[in-house]
Design a protein around this ligand. Structure first.
Ligand SMILES: [Zn+2]
Length: 403
């Protein structure tokens, strides 16, 4: 990898800074090492060494929920098989390839929400040492789950409060950046019931306390409304999938619960994996007829939650069936615009400024002096058309040009 660039000046015609669109055209960013040194709006392009006319600069994107070791195979069964049949070397090679694909499409931060054994730790450290090209990766290591529970084949098993806390401490000692807790059943584990719950409020609260003592937080997998209620009451920070599912084919929004989420500043981490792309990518509505049946219901309940003022981010769950690394985040926010009625600027915030705040990453997510020089340059203006994000012209990660 190249040495960090010193004093490089980059011109772009437009800017989205992670929160708003710049008030006038013509932006020059000056990078110093891994940081942004200066941001000049209404600047003269002639003062920049690199010029991107007709392009927008925005913060490098953040995908807050992925699984680098998962294969994105055609079905849940295939993804599980690919995970169980691969050697540690093959898993590492796959994860490395995925990290590279993400970076090439402008994703400069990934949060890995669960992978087998050492793989997430090794990928993170190879990238940080500059031995592997990739975004900055945050990891949970193994998800905490019950011995037969969702993701048990890669999980840190725990049956009760004391086992859960012991697992949490082991993961934090091993270097996990945050903890992932499987509160409800999941779709991709045979025998797991997405309508069932795996842990009680007091057990979840125990993990939250462990994480907080170590200066971090819990991300909880919640695929039904009762699980969501338990995770909210226990003080979980990011509510993964954040589902209001109340029955096999129904979702039921609960305004009181949403109010608590808003008051406690908890974050709805919304999943826009392949089965949600029906209005963006042809054929994806056939991926899961069962999920498709109540997709309208799902989006309606999420829209009600957003109307209540609950903080939110959008992620892909990349690595799960038919959800590859790279393009999926753009498909995901394009689907979020059409399905959840988000404005295009809200969609951009959900994967930049909002995402950095949700993950407690104060050093990124915005284009400001002093922030990490994580930048994406695309042709056109994504606040007019999000598909401009597919037209990548340049990617910088911590001041190094990667694409
Ligand atoms: Zn996941």
């Amino acid at each position: 990898m190249a040495e960090p660039t010193a004093g490089l000046r980059i011109y772009a015609e437009w800017m989205f800074d992670g929160e708003e669109v710049a008030s006038e055209p013509g932006v020059v960013l000056e990078l110093q090492g891994s940081r942004i040194e200066k941001v000049e709006v209404g600047a003269n392009p002639e003062t920049a060494a690199l010029r991107f006319a007709g392009c927008t600069v925005l913060p490098g994107l953040i995908d807050a929920h992925v699984h680098l070791s998962f294969s994105a195979g055609s079905s849940h069964a295939e993804v599980v098989r690919d995970l169980q049949s691969a050697s540690p070397e093959q898993l590492l090679e796959r994860a490395a390839r995925h990290a590279q694909q993400a970076l090439a499409s402008g994703i400069t931060t990934l949060r890995d929400c669960g992978g087998p054994a050492e793989v997430p730790y090794v990928v993170r450290s190879l990238i940080r040492q500059g031995k592997l090209p990739g975004p900055d990766v945050l990891i949970s290591g193994a998800p905490i789950t019950t011995p037969q529970g969702h993701l048990h084949y890669i999980g840190a098993h725990a049956r009760n409060a004391s086992e859960i806390e012991r697992r949490a401490e082991q993961l934090l000692e091993a270097g996990a950046d945050f903890l992932k807790l499987i509160v409800t059943g999941g779709n991709m584990t045979p025998g797991s019931d997405r309508l069932g719950c795996q842990y009680e409020v007091a057990e979840i609260a125990g993990v939250v306390r462990c994480a907080e003592r170590a200066g971090t937080y819990v991300a909880a997998h919640v695929l039904n409304r009762e699980g969501l209620r338990r995770a909210v009451c226990a003080g979980v920070r990011t509510l993964e999938h954040c589902s209001w599912r109340s029955g096999p084919a129904s979702h039921e929004f609960d305004e009181n619960l949403a109010r608590i989420m808003r008051q406690q500043g908890q974050i709805a981490s919304l999943t826009m994996s392949a089965p949600t792309w029906r209005k963006v990518v042809p054929g994806t509505s056939e991926i899961d007829p069962e999920l498709f049946r109540d997709l309208d219901d799902r989006f309606a309940s999420e829209r009600q939650m957003l109307d209540c003022g609950v903080r939110f981010i959008v992620h892909t769950d990349a690595g799960v069936r038919q959800t590859p690394f790279g393009v999926s985040l753009i498909y995901g926010i394009r689907a979020a615009e059409l399905e959840l009625g988000l404005s295009r600027v809200e969609c951009l915030r959900a994967v930049t400024g909002y995402a950095a705040q949700a993950l407690g990453l104060a050093d990124r997510g915005r284009i400001q002096a002093g922030k990490r020089a994580d930048l994406l340059i695309v042709a056109g203006r994504p606040w007019y058309d999000l598909s401009a994000l597919h037209q990548v012209r340049g990617v910088w990660c911590a001041g190094q040009r990667c694409s």
